[in-house]
Design a binder for this molecule. Structure first.
Ligand code: FE2
Ligand code: FE2
Length: 472
């Protein structure tokens, strides 16, 4: 493996693909299927070219190139982080043994499943975001959308490479299915719930990239620990790209809050609808929705599957190396969220079975930093209002809290009261229609829609008013 990508090949890669002709041919025959999926399910807005970064090197210094490229000619490639020849397994019953370069037979089905679930989310988000180009608030934002889209496409390539290279015929079949399932499809939906929701407007897009891409960060973080070294190295490199997706979400919400706060101050009112901004309560409702569907992605509070994955070395914890315990957890316990006699509480379980809860708590802490950041914007504007993360039991479809209805402060509600009041906390049709009414495209250089503040700086040291996208 070399750190630099070979761009003379049909499929750019740093895995010496030319040395394995069978694998190369298999991936080259998957490539046209990928491209026809991209044409029919990828970004719908016709463009000439877009100022995009393309990964060229996995090393520390300068890993990407920037330039205007036609999106269809984007060089989706296969890149694994550099191999550490001495890498050892960091947790579970194989702790201390050398990392695996091949898939052990007994873990084949589980590893394939983990890769397929991760792989399924990547094209799903491209499908969800397909129509957003039609209503971009600026060329800068349009470029960021497309950057996220092409990189999610590359993440699909990353998972498809693993399936083709290490899972034989089953892997090739799974790679086909990754293009066959579609977000929101009635017959063959994407595997996870949040990836079948629509992303109909840009407020949803920013919330998605903040909350749902952040779930991806944590899932990739656990797979980065995997004893299966090619999976670990793939995820390590994907995390690098993922950071920009979350930046798009974080700063997107910053700018929406900023604009709303500005209008509130200038007009001395909370009711910013008349002035074309998004009211704070509406921002809160969107936040509530995207945060809670993303919490569902972490699965049930307890899971014997996940305990087995950990023990086997397939999937570790977030920051496994920094944990100060035996990395086996066979004798440890954890308190997990639960419902006891209809009331919200905690139950003690074996630490191994509670690993989903452990990961979700890391995620919740991380989400909280965004809320604090947005609240500082409100504070600086001299406004008393604050945003918050709703209680973990609010609006859940998966896990212990799927059985109860709770308000955003964790008070259990009767089903009737929930039905009556959920519109106070989740976007209603009226809210969604209002947000959608603001979504008018702004394609002029350096111009920006009225519902969002301009970005503080451009991409890759380019000015904010740079011609990031040339429309067709
Ligand atoms: Fe991704
Ligand atoms: Fe992402």
């Amino acid at each position: 493996m070399t750190p630099s990508a070979d761009y003379t090949e049909k499929i750019p890669n740093n895995v010496d693909l030319h040395e394995d002709r069978r694998l190369q041919r298999a991936l080259e025959s998957w490539q046209p299927n990928f491209l026809s999926w991209w044409d029919s399910m990828g970004p719908a807005l016709p463009t000439e070219d877009v100022y995009l970064r393309t990964a060229v090197h996995v090393g520390r210094a300068g890993w990407a190139n920037f330039g205007h490229v036609a999106m269809r000619d984007y060089r989706w490639g296969v890149f694994l982080a550099e191999r550490d020849p001495d890498r050892r397994i960091g947790f579970g019953e194989h702790r201390g043994e050398p990392a695996w370069q091949q898939v052990p037979g007994e873990y084949r089905a589980d590893l394939r499943r983990l890769i397929v679930i991760q792989g399924d989310t990547e094209p799903a988000s491209v499908e969800q975001q397909r129509n957003l180009g039609a209503t971009a608030p600026s060329l800068y934002d349009l470029r960021n959308l497309f950057q996220v889209n092409v990189e999610e496409g590359r993440h699909l390539w990353a998972m498809v490479y693993l399936l083709h290279a290490f899972f034989g015929r089953d892997g090739r079949e799974e790679a086909e299915l990754l293009l066959h399932r579609n977000s929101g499809s009635a017959d063959s939906p994407r595997i996870l719930g949040a990836f079948n929701e629509e992303t109909p407007d840009w407020l949803s897009f920013f919330m998605f990239t903040y909350f749902t891409d952040r779930d991806g960060k944590y899932q990739l973080g656990t797979l980065k620990e995997s004893a299966f070294d090619p999976l670990s190295r793939t995820c390590e490199f994907m995390l690098k790209e993922e950071a920009h997706h979350m930046f798009v979400g974080t700063t997107g919400i910053d700018r929406v809050v900023q604009r709303t706060a500005q209008v509130m101050c200038e007009q001395d009112t909370d009711d910013v609808v008349a002035h074309g901004a998004i009211p704070l309560e509406m921002i809160q409702k969107y936040l509530n929705f995207h945060y809670t569907v993303s919490l569902d992605l972490f699965g049930s509070e307890t899971s014997t599957n996940v305990a087995n994955y950990f023990t086997a070395g397939l999937k570790g914890r977030w920051n496994e190396a920094r944990r100060e315990d035996d990395h086996k957890l066979t004798d440890d316990a954890i308190m997990v969220d639960s419902v006891v006699d209809g009331r919200i509480g905690l139950t003690e379980v074996a630490a191994l079975t509670g690993l989903n809860t452990d990961l979700r708590r890391q995620y919740v802490d991380d989400c909280q930093t965004g809320v604090e950041r947005w609240n500082r914007i409100l504070e600086r504007a001299g406004l008393p209002q604050r945003l918050y993360l709703p209680h973990i039991a609010f609006n859940r479809r998966v896990g212990a809290f799927a059985a109860v209805q709770a308000d955003p402060w964790g008070q259990v509600l009767s089903p009737a009261e929930w039905d009556r009041r959920q519109g106070e906390w989740l976007p209603t049709d009226v809210d969604r229609a209002y947000v959608r009414s603001l979504m008018q495209p702004v394609y002029g250089r350096g111009r920006i829609a009225a519902w969002i503040a301009p970005p503080r700086q451009g991409i890759n040291d380019k000015p904010v008013d740079y011609d990031y996208v040339h429309l067709a």
